[in-house]
Design a protein around this ligand. Structure first.
Ligand code: SER
Length: 447
């Protein structure tokens, strides 16, 4: 069975053979884009090439890109662990053309790689195209996809945008049909959200630039940006339906099971899954220079860390646990991402310190939460002030509280939470009597 490491190499090798430069993943903190919190797609490091603002000595590239989706437009945090295919951290495999080849090569490349090199059964594949894109439709027909398996989609699902601004364009997506024993309809149908038809590859025809006022301009050159989730294609090629059953994720789940002495497949499996996912995002973020803090990127990291730490606590571990899993992660991914090994000591120390600190308030916070819930009628949301107290006094990020309540089928009154937060900020502003610089300035000028 090909491992995720093998599958990554097969992808990169295929495009290397076809004239693409293998480019290293860019860091998770985008260097060229202040509008983005984290790198969330393979094209981020190439944004300015698509826009014609930057030129490099290659026109074709291929990457395995580290991505985090935990904040901003593409945010998967709340679903992680509970579903088969959500991650805060994942790897996106991609091939890119900067004004070189366009649809006429991108579609045959994708088809050849998945049906020949990956050996996926052709009869299980479907393609979607943007409803007006006759060219893409004809190209799929040409490679041999029957017409009833090429679906025209009129929605934004087949028009990819980076965000409110930036390069964008129509796309074609490749789906795999897992068979009629699994519920779900084909893309575009009423029950498309089922699990039967799974999107495996998105090929974007970059041809426009989107502006904040909603207008668009055609780009000077036509380019290609593709994205295939390694965990997803890995699950498919390993005959699994759940990304967390792939060899790499399984190794992390087993490390969590070992460190906690809790059965990896028992009723507490969900905690191992969350931990395995969050271990990856936290470690890679720290390796790329993000440190836990109370604002911006650092706060997103802290939220993910604390969320994982609550799940470690639910496994019944008495001592900090996350840092013990770092060696397993480095074994799995350190070769493809050498920065992980270089930062191993920092990752270990940061995870350990944060967990030690958080454990001092975690128990008391959870006790407060239990007490609050005991007083509430069944099904009623937790009042915003209680969630705010958990945040302010016990260091519980709001999504941690929401995650804890999810198991009990309850929600948080988030508008009450926001109101409590605003009230506290107003109080802090009213109490602010200046930082002292004004007084210093008066003394200075007197002198
Ligand atoms: N940018 C596209 C995506 O994120 C293809 O890579 O899906």
């Amino acid at each position: 069975m090909a491992s995720l490491n093998d599958i990554r190499s097969t992808f990169l090798d295929y495009f290397k053979r076809n004239g693409h430069q293998v480019v290293a993943s860019s860091p998770l903190v985008p260097r060229n884009d202040p509008t983005l919190m984290f790198t969330n797609s393979g094209m981020v490091q190439f944004k300015n090439l698509f826009l014609g603002l930057e030129h490099r000595d290659y026109k074709r590239a291929t990457t395995a890109q580290k991505c985090v989706r935990a904040g901003g437009k593409h945010n998967d945090l709340d679903n992680v662990g509970y579903t088969a295919r959500h991650h805060t951290f994942f790897e996106m495999l991609g091939n890119f053309s900067f004004g070189d080849y366009f649809k006429e090569d991108a579609i045959p490349f994708a088809w050849e790689l998945i049906t020949r090199d990956f050996g996926i059964d052709k009869s299980r594949l479907l393609a979607t195209v943007y409803h007006t894109d006759d060219e893409a439709h004809a190209l799929w027909k040409k490679v041999g996809v029957p017409e009833d398996r090429i679906i025209r989609i009129a929605t934004s699902d087949n028009f990819w945008q980076m965000g409110p601004t930036g390069p964008c364009g129509p796309c074609t997506e490749i789906f795999y049909d897992h068979g009629d024993h699994i519920w779900g309809g084909p893309p575009g149908s009423a029950d498309e959200d089922g699990d039967r038809f799974i999107e495996i590859w998105n090929v974007v025809f970059m041809q426009n630039e989107q502006f904040a006022d909603g207008t668009m301009r055609p780009l000077d050159m036509q380019s290609i940006d593709t994205g295939m989730g390694l965990e997803r294609i890995g699950a498919l090629l390993q005959g699994k339906h759940d990304n967390y059953d792939t060899d790499l994720m399984r190794a992390l789940i087993e490390a969590s099971a070992h460190a906690s002495s809790v059965d990896p497949d028992g009723p507490k499996n969900i905690h191992h899954r969350v931990i395995a996912d969050h271990l990856r995002s936290c470690s890679f973020l720290i390796a790329d220079g993000v440190m836990p803090s109370n604002e911006g990127r650092g706060y997103v990291l802290r939220r993910i860390m604390r969320r994982a730490m609550r799940h470690a606590h639910l496994l019944g571990t008495k001592d900090p646990m996350m840092h013990k899993l770092v060696p397993a992660l480095v074994t799995q991914m350190g070769q493809a991402y050498p920065e992980l090994g270089r930062a191993q000591a920092l990752i270990t120390e940061t995870l350990k310190l944060e967990e030690e600190r958080f454990r001092t308030t975690l128990d008391r916070g959870l006790k407060l939460l239990e007490d609050e819930l005991a007083q509430l009628p069944d099904g009623q949301a937790l009042p915003g002030e209680a969630a705010f107290k958990l945040y302010d006094t016990f260091g519980f990020p709001l999504d941690l509280t929401q995650d804890a309540l999810r198991e009990k089928g309850r929600a948080v009154d988030t508008s009450g939470f926001d109101a409590a937060m605003d009230a506290q900020k107003a109080k802090a502003r009213a109490a602010w009597s200046g930082s002292g610089e004004a007084a210093d300035a008066a003394i200075w000028f007197d002198l």
